[in-house]
Design a protein around this ligand. Structure first.
Ligand code: SF4
Length: 358
């Protein structure tokens, strides 16, 4: 909760903890609402500029608290500026990537949950680069707030002339969010709170590659966020070839957890399928997937493989992806093909690596 200089990062605190912390500093908890508005809505990062707080409170905060900020190492743009990838430096020098995507009515920020990733999925640049550490709640929420500030600074407007704002959050950046469960949930709860960015729960998607205990925990805690499960293979053998995590949690355990989540939340689950030529794009794979998902409220998102230097597999042909979709649809499964965004700036799924040259 405290950073190196023992200042407390306010973005690490949930509502209840913030009130307790203010109390501990001798600050009336009645100031929590104003403070949260400055932190989340207005993006104020200088306590001296929080004019609606009494001077004594501002002074106390300046002495004891801090607010996550990032240094922008690099910005890359694609899709006529509608996709932007940011390489951000954390207070300890580590680097993460955050992607901002504007499509139609949606403005989505893809946030990282870890610096690096320990899971090593074979086609993922983050996994190929190894693991540094978990991000704090403040560093996770801070990426969405950073994106909001980018939009504000640019004076971005929507088609109807209203100021553009972050409408969707996907925790699909660097790292496995369910290995950093508490920080991810604190960050998302803060962002979705009406006193935060007031983002709808259903506009938030957490993507896991199959960390079974985390899915069970989401189910038992009735976490209202959308769940995306990166499947990529419909048999244990197929998953083992691509995803080392399948050694820890088998496909059978994963599907049990998915059924529990769907029953507890009455929500469909998004199943992500990176389509790799000759690996998982055949009719037999589609049939196995349809059978696996039988009885589960599901939508399959097909993601044509994005290139990374550490994996030799190649993207399935458009025709193969289309056929795969038709086969699933014929089995009654909802399917979408993920629009490819930001590939040339390595901002697509599986491409984030915080590499200076990416
Ligand atoms: S796909 Fe996700 S879980 Fe797998 S290595 Fe990459 S970041 Fe980690």
């Amino acid at each position: 909760m405290a950073c190196g200089n023992e200042h407390v990062d306010l973005l690490n605190l949930d509502l209840a903890s913030l009130a307790l912390q203010l109390k501990a500093w001798g600050i009336a908890t009645a100031h929590a609402g104003h403070l949260r508005r400055y932190l989340y809505r207005d993006g104020v990062r200088d306590f001296a500029a929080m004019h609606e707080l009494p001077p004594r409170v501002r002074a106390q905060l300046a002495e004891s608290a801090t607010i996550t900020t990032f240094a922008i190492e690099r910005e890359s743009r694609a899709d006529d500026g509608l996709t932007r990838k940011y390489l951000l430096r954390l207070h300890d020098g580590r680097q993460i990537e955050t992607v901002l995507m504007r499509t139609g009515r949606r403005t989505t920020v893809c946030v990282s949950s870890q610096a690096g990733c320990p899971l090593g999925c074979v086609f993922c640049a983050t996994g190929q680069a190894g693991f540094d550490r978990n991000l704090t709640a403040g560093e996770i929420a801070g990426q969405a707030l950073f994106a909001q500030q980018v939009l504000r600074d640019a004076g971005a407007v929507r088609n109807d002339g209203a100021p553009d704002r972050v409408s969707n959050i996907v925790v699909m950046g660097m790292g496995e969010p369910l290995l950093n469960y508490d920080a991810v949930m604190t960050a998302l709860d803060n962002l979705c709170d009406p006193g935060g960015l007031a983002i709808g729960f259903k506009q938030v998607t957490i993507s896991t590659v199959g960390v079974v205990p985390g899915i069970f925990r989401m189910a038992s805690e009735r976490r209202p966020y959308s769940l995306a499960v990166s499947l990529h293979g419909a048999t244990q053998t197929d998953r083992l070839r691509l995803l080392p995590v399948a050694r820890t949690w088998s496909l059978e355990e994963l599907m049990d957890a998915c059924r529990r989540y769907a029953a507890a939340l009455h929500r469909k689950i998004f199943f992500e399928w990176t389509v790799i030529a000759g690996e998982n794009d055949g009719a037999e794979h589609a049939a196995a997937l349809a059978e696996l998902l039988h009885g589960i409220p599901a939508q399959v998102n097909l993601i044509p493989l994005n290139p990374t230097t550490g994996y030799a597999g190649s993207t399935a042909a458009d025709s193969a992806v289309a056929t795969f979709r038709e086969l699933l649809q014929a089995s009654g499964i909802k399917v979408s093909i993920r629009q490819r965004r930001g590939i040339e700036i390595a901002a697509g799924c599986g491409q984030l690596a915080a590499s200076p040259n990416a």
